[in-house]
Design a protein around this ligand. Sequence first.
Ligand code: AMP
Ligand code: MG
Length: 421
Amino acid sequence: MKTLADIAAELEGYDPQALSVDRAREFLARLIEPITDTQAVDIFSALDRVLAQDVISPVSVPPHDNSAMDGYAFDGSQLVPDQALTLTPVGTALAGQAWQGTVSAGQCLRIMTGAVMPAGLDTVVPQELASVAQNQITIAANALRRGDNRRFLGEDLLAGSIALHKGERLTPAALGLLASLGMAKVQVLRRLRVAYFSTGNEILSLGEPTREGAVFDSNRYTVFGLLTRLGCEVIDMGVVRDEPERLEAAFTRAAAQADAIITSGGVSVGEADYTKLMMKQLGDVAFWKIAMRPGRPMAVGRIGQAALFGLPGNPVAVMVTFLAFVRGALLQMMGSGAKAPPLLRARSAQSMRKKPGRTEYQRGVVSSGADGRLSVQITGNQGSGVLSSMVQANGLIVLSHEQGNVALGDEVDVMMFDGAI
Ligand code: AMP
Ligand code: MG
């Protein structure tokens, strides 16, 4: 296992006091080690889980050539350009019931979608293109080409090929694909266990009586939601008061149970509390000042075997640092090979002031304008403690490290929340 000092030595120009977002991500990518325990789960429990091995298709899908339409199947070599074709139906092939007879030249077979194409037939005329009269059907000239409306054996997947790759997170489409292979169980990595708590003496748990200067804990609830969306097993450790014994007990208990620990608060410069001290004492931890807004202070490292993410205290800074760093790191730990989704480009509906030399995240709503192009509007007060503008947003405008001021109508990058928030 690499120590933080090892990683710091590998990264050229690593400066924990002035760290770019990209460099911070590189650091984390080197720090994180994926879990390896696997388990077999039922397909209904497999959504969002990460595949532990490639899935090799035991069968071909579809298992036979079949019709893509309700209509009439025939030998397409009889089609002649600019000429109509008249055929006599000699039977009906239903899905799930193979047709046993033979279909000769001048004949066709009434066929339903999904029914097996009998040998020798390669084309289906949809029923809407066949005019029926006196027990015959006629296909107008040039209405069809040979091979139309036939699905091939194995056109989705051939037996023996890789249907899904190790490291893929199972989507609804992937569940359907597994089912189409006849697989009721699948081998996945175990779920990640993540413990989290909030720190700060001014932070009240829900249900506690309010008092002067105190605020309700919101961070534990946003972190709970973000982790649950990611499919983690969550261990909620409450609000931990700023006392060395309590902090030590909390970190020790979290490290013994969890793969990762997420805290909020107490990591900024000039904090008069014990959170940083305890992290330093109990683990291998770096304290970062990241060139970003909101965010900036963050602690990362390990306590025991568990990865530690010490997030800032401000509620929006917690969410932004989670999305910018923690989410990707946890996915890596879960064994997911997923790349960060591409950023979207949208026109800014306002000008924005931006200082080069740090990455800024603004809460925004992306919508498509009358001309069909995307535009993005910021959602009001961008203070790092203001959750209401986060609630209204459907994405974060990402103004990159080098970027300067943005003019009205300029294209900007947006990280859409999709299923993450
Ligand atoms: P800190 O990083 O501890 O200096 O906290 C920065 C700001 O975030 C302060 O205004 C805190 O009161 C606030 N804050 C810290 N933790 C929480 C929390 N769990 N829920 C809501 N606000 C918090
Ligand atoms: Mg504090």
